[in-house]
Design a protein around this ligand. Structure first.
Ligand code: GLP
Length: 241
């Protein structure tokens, strides 16, 4: 595991974007696994700047996102579909038909998960998977549990995740209680993994996930077993290690 210490959020974002840009430059037809949450927003801003300078071409890129809330429509400004358009897709020349997320509007979980697994298999594997880190160690929406889930599945979000995500919704009741997420096996099958982490509130989970035992109770800890992981974290997030 390669850990890059950045001074602050801006430097973390710039360095993470450089790694994604290097992936796109070296393999223009690559498959990017993308993430939502507040942490990667700065990374996407930097990628948009790369694109606006004329230094990056997304026209041949395919993307598969980690997760989506179950029950939110695409035009809901808290859906991850909306987030990706808002923060990246509408600002660059990616082919929208080659950008994929689980279908949060599909109420039949089995159908939604199977459809997304089929998409992931059909794109031929992920070259670079971007990840944020939940306060309880979740990646995508793989919450702490007794075993590592393999492929796309429907998750009951934990109380801590619902509370953490409440800041984006008007009330607690508005926060979806379930989501569809890529499984741990799919994430682990990505050729490269890039984790972005920022802030002192993530310092304990950084320590537990990357320096503690590998356990499904801390889902991100499994990344210690991946052969090509880069963690880009700011000083605050690394303050306990
Ligand atoms: C959500 C997302 C995760 C993300 C996490 C952390 O639960 N499903 O993919 O990593 O939040 O979010 P933030 O970066 O806002 O702390």
């Amino acid at each position: 595991m390669n850990i890059i210490k950045a001074k602050d959020y801006d430097e973390m974002s710039r360095r993470a974007a450089n790694i994604i840009a290097a992936q796109v430059l070296s393999k223009p037809e690559c498959v990017l696994g993308l993430a939502t949450g507040s942490t990667p927003i700065g990374t996407y801003k930097n990628l948009v700047e790369w694109y606006n300078r004329g230094d990056l071409d997304f026209s041949k890129v395919t993307s598969v996102n980690l997760d989506e809330y179950k029950g939110l429509t695409k035009d809901n400004d808290q859906s991850y579909y909306y987030f990706m358009n808002d923060n990246l897709f509408q600002h660059v020349n990616i082919n929208k038909e080659r950008t994929f997320l689980p279908d949060g509007t599909e109420s039949d979980s089995e159908k939604a998960c199977k459809a997304y697994n089929d998409i992931i298999h059909s794109v031929g594997g992920i070259d670079l998977q971007l990840l944020g880190l939940g306060h309880n160690g979740h990646i995508g929406f793989n919450e702490p549990c007794d075993c590592f889930e393999l492929e796309t599945h429907c998750v009951d979000l934990t109380e801590s995740t619902i509370k953490a995500n409440q800041r984006f919704f008007a009330t607690y009741d508005d926060v979806p209680k379930q989501a569809y997420t890529m499984g741990i096996k799919t994430i682990m099958n990505a050729k490269k993994v890039l984790v972005v982490v920022s802030g002192a509130d993530k310092a304990q989970i950084v320590k537990d996930a990357f320096f503690g035992p590998v356990t499904p109770l801390v889902p991100a800890s499994v990344l210690q077993l991946h052969p090509d992981v880069t963690v880009v974290a700011d000083e605050a997030a690394l303050s306990l290690v």
